[in-house]
Design a protein around this ligand. Structure first.
Ligand code: OAD
Length: 230
């Protein structure tokens, strides 16, 4: 299973592209690259603090709950690879998952040779960049930025799973970031059926075997009911 920002849209968290998308009025080059952070860490932290506030105030929706339900039914044979950093899958009960692009609830020490990952405090609002308790260097958001490579234990875990999948559900992603899409493509080449859930056409709907053209919250609970999944 692969998810993107669209699965959290019904929780009120903005997507990146399309109507109301973050990249319509924010430049990724100013906020989501290592160069942007080197240039203006305070600005980057303010933006992530604002997004963190939105994620903390949001509630998981019926689509997140259906995905957790699918995991409970499928057990070890299920893997969720999410591009979302909002933590809503985990709050809905998903556990067998990789957060490909990191977690907005976490920061990572940016000091050379340190890199310790810590949870951000409950009162963190991004108004001042946090510093490492161990080495004193500034921390950065624990998020994959443009121009960076996936860190070990994320994409490679999902890639090991892909050739064994019978079905890959792809929910709420434009498919504009290629690596998560490559997971679905690899599984498809190995014989899996790819099903896209998205109200809009996308890179995914073009390659999928089936396109369920509707919001995730409208489709997923009924899909599980129809498949007899408790
Ligand atoms: P996008 O914003 O690119 O795409 C969101 C998709 O969700 C769109 O195709 C929408 O049509 C669809 N959508 C909207 N509401 C939906 C709903 N209720 N149910 C189902 N689908 C819905 O978000 P991502 O594909 O997740 O990376 O973006 C991929 C990555 O690009 C993000 O993780 C982020 C971004 O730059 C980083 O920040 C590293």
């Amino acid at each position: 299973m692969v998810t993107g920002a669209g699965v959290s849209a019904e929780s009120g968290i903005p997507t990146f592209r399309g109507a109301g998308g973050l990249w319509n009025d924010h430049r990724a080059e100013d906020l989501a690259t290592p160069e942007a952070f080197a240039r203006d860490p305070a600005l980057v932290w303010q933006w992530y603090g604002w997004r963190l506030g939105k994620c903390r105030a949001a509630y998981e929706n019926v689509a997140h709950e259906a995905i957790a339900r699918l995991e409970r039914a499928k057990g070890e044979g299920f893997l969720l690879a999410t591009q979302n950093v909002d933590g809503l899958h985990r709050r809905a009960g998903s556990d067998h998952m990789v957060e490909l692009h990191g977690s907005i609830e976490h920061a990572r020490c940016n000091g050379a040779g340190c890199g310790v990952v810590t949870e951000l405090p409950a009162d963190f609002d991004g108004s001042a960049p946090p510093h490492c308790e161990i080495c004193g260097a500034m921390k950065r958001p624990h998020i994959l930025w443009f121009g960076e490579t996936y860190w070990p234990g994320t994409l490679d875990v999902a890639r090991r799973f892909a050739p064994y999948a019978d079905v890959v559900l792809v929910v709420g992603t434009s498919g504009m970031v290629w690596a998560p899409m490559a997971l679905a493509a690899e599984a498809q080449q190995a014989g899996a059926k790819v099903i896209d859930v998205n109200p809009q056409p996308s890179e995914v709907s073009r390659m999928a075997d089936e396109w369920l053209k509707a919001p995730a919250g409208h489709v997923l609970p009924g899909l599980l009911d129809a498949a007899g999944i408790p």
